[in-house]
Design a protein around this ligand. Structure first.
Ligand SMILES: Nc1ncnc2c1ncn2[C@@H]1O[C@H](COP(=O)(O)OP(=O)(O)OP(=O)(O)O)[C@@H](O)[C@H]1O
Length: 237
């Protein structure tokens, strides 16, 4: 059964439709990359998946027992977040708050889980450092660990490499791919970079004036829309 089932979905703001007729399903274990130019509706769709915005028509179903609280979300970082005066471990652990109900303290299992995520993302040594003193790339990894703590079933990443240099970006992509391949995490990632998307994703959702393509990465590369947007570059590499 699919984790996300998007059926005939359209979104609008104040009566103006910004994206219409989306139809796709995300199964467990997939790495879906949502691509499209500025204003195509990528962030709006993410809001819909997180159940923060209702479609103007159609429905987004969460399946396989997935609850909104089990979706880990990494948004684009704001300037205020960059200056957050807490330790790395506190930031990562705060991802568990969603799952706590009314009890405002962490259990041992929460702390163990947070430590495990730091180790998996190869930043265990940063645990006691102050978050605001880290580099942009380190901060982004910490926020990824926080998102992993927030949701085990589905990870939603909105432009996770924005502001990072090419080396840091490649490092982030490597870790995200490791989460998908080694931990079997289901991932939905928004990206501007089509070339990177086709390297790491299993599936591509391309938004333009509507849904231009949804399916396997390899089929995307062979498709008319894929060929057009990749400009034949995949065949050159
Ligand atoms: N809160 C809002 N109120 C009104 N219009 C909005 C709002 N948020 C987004 N829009 C409009 O909806 C359309 C889709 O925006 P959205 O941010 O989802 O696109 P995007 O593909 O994520 O763009 P980008 O790549 O620039 O982040 C745009 O025309 C945008 O101006």
């Amino acid at each position: 059964m699919s984790l996300i089932n998007c059926k005939n979905v359209s979104f609008s703001y104040e009566g103006r439709t910004v994206i219409s007729n989306l139809n796709f399903e995300v199964e467990k274990g997939q790495f879906v990359c949502i691509i499209g130019e500025n204003g195509a509706g990528k962030s709006t769709l993410i809001k819909g998946i997180l159940q923060l915005k209702n479609p103007s028509s159609g429905s987004i179903f969460l399946g396989d027992g997935l609850k909104e609280k089990q979706i880990g979300y990494l948004s684009q970082q704001t300037i205020v977040q960059r200056d957050f005066p807490a330790s790395v471990f506190e930031v990562v652990l705060s991802g568990r708050l969603n799952n706590q109900g009314f009890l405002p303290f962490y259990k041992k299992s929460d702390k163990d889980y947070a430590k495990k995520q730091l180790e998996f993302l190869e930043i265990g040594d940063l645990k006691n450092r102050c978050y605001r003193e880290l580099s942009g790339g380190q901060q982004q990894r910490v926020l990824l660990a926080r998102a992993l703590c927030a949701g085990r079933k589905l990870l939603v990443l909105d432009e996770p490499v924005t502001g990072l240099d090419p080396v840091m970006s490649a490092e982030m992509y490597r870790l995200i791919e490791k989460l998908n391949k080694k931990e079997d995490r289901t991932i939905i990632m928004v990206s501007h970079d089509i070339k990177e998307a086709v390297v790491y994703a299993t599936h591509i959702l391309h938004l333009g004036k509507g849904q231009l393509f949804y399916g396997l990465k390899d089929d995307y590369i062979k498709s008319e829309v894929g060929k057009f947007f990749l400009g034949g570059r995949m065949n050159d590499t």
